[in-house]
Write a protein that binds this ligand. Structure first.
Ligand code: PA5
Length: 477
């Protein structure tokens, strides 16, 4: 087994008196058992009790099931089908737009920002090794942004033509329900663009990923798209990153999805079998819960270090907020990016209200460790004294220095340490955070699945539109 993420609670526990610390493990064996039982029930399609409706726990065994399917069914397995579709898109288009909102796009955004070259879309096709440019749409309502994307794609067709890959765009449209308005509107506009320019290949250039029923499913069947992928029953939006929702666009982006799934499967096994002292999932859930219950720390700051992991943090914001923010309970997640936010939020974290647990998400060694601070003869900026250091060691010093400052003021911190930013470690991380969220749901008596509170805005928005709209219109301009 390769190196796993660790969860170091040392600094957080030091801020607590011994009797409080003793409560750390309380309820965890039962919570783990309940989560594993939910996984079994979801996998077998059993009906859940009313308090556990919906029961979207099938994400827990899903990576294992996909890997097993690959062993047994080879070229017919789902992984192989996803990889084939990804290769076909890589060979035939230079741009892919991923359309989706919430759990239907945030996981892929996290993967892309963590693993891709940060300037991927600016590179030539050759520099990108034939990997298409990737854009996201439908994750908001913003007509200016949508128009700007359409203009960009139109210009590419005008410049490069519609016959070869250079001018071509494919769409991956993702919605489990198939009825979410924001991505549906973006899809309608982008679909019209594809039909206008690549009319003979529309069926090849649009790939829906959707639930087994719903409007997008029906639309896909009527249109006869060549590839359509399903989001399994029993896996909800924000738990779906390791289904075709994340795997297809990840494979298109050249990410090794087998390693991603292996990392996730190893984390599930670790959760199942490791004792509490080493169990990263249980430790992560336990410390957040303990500090919230004993100390009233209701704000969880996921402090990411470096620039690769911000979107992982945004994905986790959604996961924690939408899963546990129910019945007037659930901690409030915030994503930080350091050292950037030490210059914006740092003051408050060091000296503000004592309502925060800081969880450092430590990225491990950089991919290009050779960069150095260059020596200069004039040394007017006085940087020669750091010249034996690399930017990576500056980041390490910032992490150590910040932890030291928080410890000195008894501000609790936890370290989630990645062995590096790779598909394998990200698979682990997604699974760790999803499992830890559902364990915490057990501890606080909240069903982490479903998001009943989001329905109110959707219903009101649709009612307002059907009544004629709250249209600000063109009259003011
Ligand atoms: O976690 C969830 O279930 C939500 O965030 C959904 O992913 C989001 O609302 C999009 O839903 P859908 O995929 O049905 O369009």
């Amino acid at each position: 087994m390769s190196e796993l993420i660790t969860c170091d609670l040392h600094a957080a526990l030091k801020t607590l008196p011994e009797p409080d610390r003793a409560a750390l493990e309380a309820g965890l064996p039962e919570a783990r058992e309940a989560v594993l039982q939910d996984a079994r029930r979801a996998a077998e399609g059993c009906t859940a009790s009313p308090q556990k409706q919906p029961l979207d726990a099938a994400f827990i065994d899903w990576p294992d099931r996909l890997l097993q399917d690959m062993k047994e069914n080879g070229a017919d397995s789902l992984i192989a089908q996803i990889e084939r579709c990804a290769t076909r898109l890589q060979q035939t288009v230079d741009t892919v737009v991923v359309i989706g909102i919430g759990g239907s796009y945030m996981g892929m955004r996290a993967l892309f920002e963590a693993l891709a070259d940060p300037f991927h879309n600016e590179r030539t096709r050759e520099e990108r090794g034939g990997i298409p440019r990737l854009y996201f749409a439908g994750w908001n309502v913003d007509s200016d942004r949508q128009q700007a994307l359409l203009d960009l794609l139109e210009n590419r067709v005008r410049r490069c033509g519609s016959d070869g890959p250079a001018g071509r765009t494919a769409l991956i449209v993702i919605s489990k329900s198939g009825g979410t308005l924001e991505p549906a509107i973006a899809f309608r506009n982008l679909r019209a663009f594809v039909e206008r320019h690549f009319s003979s290949d529309v069926q090849d250039l649009i790939v829906p990923v959707t639930g087994t029923t719903g409007r997008l499913r029906t639309l896909a069947e009527q249109a006869g798209f060549r590839d359509v992928f399903s989001i399994p029953e029993g896996i909800g939006g924000r738990f779906s990153v390791l289904t075709a929702v994340g795997l297809l666009p990840a494979a298109v982006s050249g990410i090794n999805i087998r390693r991603l799934l292996q990392g996730a499967a190893e984390m599930t096994e670790h959760f199942r079998s490791a004792p509490f002292e080493h169990n990263a999932v249980l430790r992560h859930a336990a410390i957040g819960h303990l500090l919230e219950r004993q100390r009233g720390l209701t704000i969880r700051v996921l402090s990411t270090w470096g620039s690769h992991l911000e979107a992982v943090g945004l994905w986790y914001d959604q996961l924690l907020a939408e899963s546990l923010g129910k019945q007037e309970r659930g901690a409030t997640p915030i994503t930080g990016v350091n050292t950037r936010d030490l210059h914006s939020r740092g003051q408050q974290h060091q000296e503000g209200r004592r309502d925060k647990l800081i969880v450092n998400l430590l990225p491990g060694p950089p991919r290009h460790p050779t960069q150095k601070i260059p020596l200069r003869e004039d040394d007017a900026d006085d940087l020669n004294r750091f010249a034996r250091h690399s930017p990576a060691s500056v980041l390490e010093a910032a992490i150590a220095g910040t932890s030291q400052a928080y410890a000195a003021d008894a501000r609790p911190t936890v370290d989630l340490k990645l062995p590096g930013i790779t598909p394998h470690s990200l698979g682990q991380l997604f699974q760790l955070l999803m499992l830890s969220t559902v364990v915490e749901g057990e501890l606080i008596g909240i069903n982490p699945y479903g998001q009943p509170g989001v329905e109110a805005y959707k219903k009101n928005m649709i009612d307002i539109l059907l009544r004629g709209g709250a249209d600000t219109g063109d009259s003011e301009t």
